[in-house]
Design a protein around this ligand. Structure first.
Ligand SMILES: [Zn+2]
Ligand SMILES: [Zn+2]
Length: 288
């Protein structure tokens, strides 16, 4: 078991931290992290994060977002000799609960090889332009482009959905868009146009990454009450919040379980959402 200083900031102050990215995400990550941790930011010279999979599918993403982010951290640490790294991984698709709207889930991970820490935070947002459409005229492309915030947000063109060649990425100018769409239409009679989700082409995504990074910082500064290790957080939930009418335990959360990964200190915090009973509407006895 490691010993940690009572002031978490002392752990990180003046150390070098590498941001494991090559897609301009440091814009969203560096200011927050520098300010909160007092670290010196290092950027890798070359970091081919595409080997862990690309959004556009040329290299299939086989790792989970967490494993991919951890691999990026490790690779960047090896390359730069830093023992501290932050990486980000984004996932886009239909919202897991709402379904019919697109969502962007950003994961941000801090790895500390010196203190054996791995702390992760996520932000799930519907503030995303993630979309794609098959078009057979430039006019159709124009309407789509307006909807997905072009040209402040970049576009990708390909022959058809999931086809990797030809593919043109990072389009950010109307005249380039028109010229490229024309050549696709002449060659294939149609074109698949989609949003470029790489962070430097997608300001909406940068904002979600920033929110995930803020959550990560809050989590880092959440210290174990016993050994002061950073990243003390909820590891489990207990359901059974009693019904306000009949007292029967409902499926709603009664308590959060916190556990320290360094010293195994465990705590059960009751009524995490500030209410001690549940509305009979959610009770299987009162409202079957
Ligand atoms: Zn502890
Ligand atoms: Zn009830």
């Amino acid at each position: 078991m490691l010993l940690f200083p009572e002031n978490i900031k002392e752990l990180f102050a003046r150390r070098k931290l590498v941001i494991a990215t090559m897609h301009g995400k440091e814009q969203a990550l560096a200011p927050l992290i520098t300010e909160a941790l007092g670290v010196e930011i290092v950027m890798p010279d070359v970091l081919n994060t595409d080997v862990f999979g690309t959004f556009t599918g040329e290299i299939e993403r086989t790792l989970s977002p967490l494993d991919a982010a951890v691999m990026k951290c490790k690779t960047a640490m090896e390359q730069t000799g830093c023992d501290l790294a932050v990486a980000n991984e984004g996932s886009f698709g239909p919202h897991p609960v709402i379904g019919f709207v697109s969502s962007d889930e950003e994961l941000v991970v801090l790895m500390d090889a010196k203190y054996h820490l791995q702390i992760a935070a996520r932000e799930l947002s519907t503030d995303t332009n993630f979309n794609g459409k098959r078009c057979s005229s430039y006019n159709e492309v124009k309407i789509f482009a307006d909807e997905v915030l072009f040209p402040s947000h970049g576009l990708i063109l390909r022959k058809e959905k999931d086809s990797h060649s030809p593919i043109i990425k990072g389009i950010t100018e109307w005249n380039v868009l028109e010229k490229e769409v024309d050549s696709f239409l002449q060659a294939y009679g149609e074109v698949f146009v989609e949003t470029d989700m790489r962070a430097m082409y997608n300001p909406s995504r940068l904002k979600v990454i920033e929110k995930a990074a803020s959550k990560l910082i809050i989590k880092i500064f959440s210290a174990c009450p016993d050994c002061h290790a950073p990243g003390y957080d909820v590891v489990d939930y207990v359901s059974g919040l009693p019904c306000s009418n009949c007292g029967t335990p409902t499926r709603s959360t009664l308590a959060h379980i916190y556990k320290c990964s360094n010293c195994n200190f465990e705590e059960k915090k009751l009524f995490p959402y500030g209410k001690e009973t549940e509305d009979p509407m959610y009770c299987d006895v009162c409202n079957p």
